[in-house]
Design a protein around this ligand. Structure first.
Ligand code: DHB
Ligand code: FE
Length: 284
C-alpha cells in the first residue's frame, strides 16, 4: 500500500470528476437522435418498468425511495459509475459482436485521453515508491491476417495498489499509471508498471447505498485498461485481468471474459512478474 494519500477518495469527488470527463468527451461526439429510434427504445424501456411495477405490486413508499435515490445519483455525479458498472457490458457486447480480432470489454468511467507518449519500451509515470508488484507487460499488435502493425499505439491506464485512479482520487500525480505507448515497426511494445489492486465502487455514495441495500458486493477484479489502435484498423477498448485474482469470477461490472485473463510469471533473475499478450486488430 502507498501511504502518501492523506485526503480520502469520496464517491462525490470521483463521481464529479467522471461526470466532467464524460461531458468533455461528449462535446466532440455526434449524437444519434433519430426520433423513431428514441420512440422505440424509450417506449420499450418504460413498458419493461411498467411490467415490473405490476408484477411486483410496487408501493408508493418504494416508488418514493426510487425517486429520491435517482435524484441523489445525479447530485453525487454517479451516473457514469452506475451506467458503466451495470449497463455498459451489454452495449460493448452488441458493439463488438462481429469482431474477429482481440476481445474488447467496457471502457469504464476513468479513461482520460492524451496521456504522455512514451517509446516502445517504457515505464509508466509513477511515484518514487509506487506500491504493488512490478509488472512487465509486453506484446505485439497484429492485423487479423497476422501482419505486424507498424504505427500501433497502446494506451494504458490502471488503478494503483490502493485501487485508485489518478485524476479521479485526490493526492495522485496527474498522469500516474497512465501512458500512450508507441509500438516499434513490428508493433511490439514493452511496458513496465506495477500490478493494480482490485477496485471497489465508492461505498459512500448512491451506488454504494444501492449495493448494500441489495446485499451485493462492490468489487471489480484488479485490471489493466487498454485502447489499442493502428493505422487502417479498428481501435479496440479492452481490459486485462489476473488469473486467480479476487473477484475475477464475480466482477460487479460483468466485464471479465476468459480471453482477457493474464497469467504473469516471475521475472527470471529479476524482481516482479512479466506477461506477454498480443493484440489482433480488425481491418477498418
Ligand atoms: C467503474 C470503475 C472502473 O474502474 C471500471 O473499470 C469500470 C467501472 C465504475 O465505478 O463504474
Ligand atoms: Fe477500471
Amino acid at each position: 500500500m502507498t501511504d502518501t494519500t492523506i485526503e480520502q477518495a469520496t464517491a462525490a469527488a470521483s463521481g464529479a470528476a467522471a461526470t466532467e470527463q464524460f461531458r468533455t468527451k461528449q462535446r466532440t461526439a455526434t449524437a444519434d437522435v433519430d426520433t423513431k429510434r428514441v420512440d422505440t427504445l424509450v417506449s420499450e424501456l418504460l413498458a419493461a418498468a411498467h411490467d415490473i411495477i405490476r408484477r411486483h405490486k410496487v408501493t408508493y413508499a418504494e416508488y418514493d425511495v426510487l425517486k429520491s435515490w435517482l435524484i441523489q445519483v445525479g447530485a453525487d455525479g454517479e451516473w457514469p459509475l452506475f451506467l458503466d458498472v451495470w449497463l455498459e457490458h451489454v452495449v460493448e457486447e452488441v458493439a463488438n459482436e462481429n469482431r474477429e480480432g482481440s476481445k474488447g470489454t467496457i471502457e469504464g468511467p476513468y479513461y482520460v485521453p492524451g496521456a504522455p507518449r512514451t517509446p516502445t519500451e517504457a515505464t509508466l509515470p509513477m511515484r518514487e515508491n509506487e506500491g504493488g508488484i512490478p509488472l512487465l507487460f509486453q506484446g505485439q499488435v497484429r492485423s487479423v491476417d497476422g501482419t505486424p502493425l507498424a504505427g500501433a499505439m497502446v494506451e494504458i491506464w490502471h488503478a494503483d495498489d490502493d485501487g485508485l485512479y489518478s485524476q479521479f482520487a485526490p493526492g495522485l500525480p496527474e498522469w500516474n499509471l497512465r501512458g500512450t505507448v508507441v509500438g516499434d515497426e513490428q508493433g511490439n511494445f514493452r511496458i513496465h508498471t506495477v500490478q493494480p489492486a482490485p477496485y471497489q465502487i465508492p461505498t459512500d455514495g448512491s451506488c454504494g447505498r444501492l449495493i448494500s441495500a441489495a446485499g451485493w458486493h462492490a468489487w471489480r477484479p484488479a485490471h489493466l485498461h487498454l485502447k489499442v489502435s493502428a493505422p487502417g484498423h479498428h481501435l479496440i477498448t479492452t481490459q486485462l485481468y489476473f488469473k486467480g485474482g479476487e473477484h475475477v469470477t464475480d466482477d460487479i461490472a460483468s466485464a471479465v471474459k476468459p480471453e482477457l485473463i493474464l497469467d504473469p510469471a516471475p521475472v527470471a533473475g529479476g524482481s516482479g512478474r512479466e506477461v506477454t499478450y498480443d493484440f489482433v486488430l480488425d481491418k477498418a
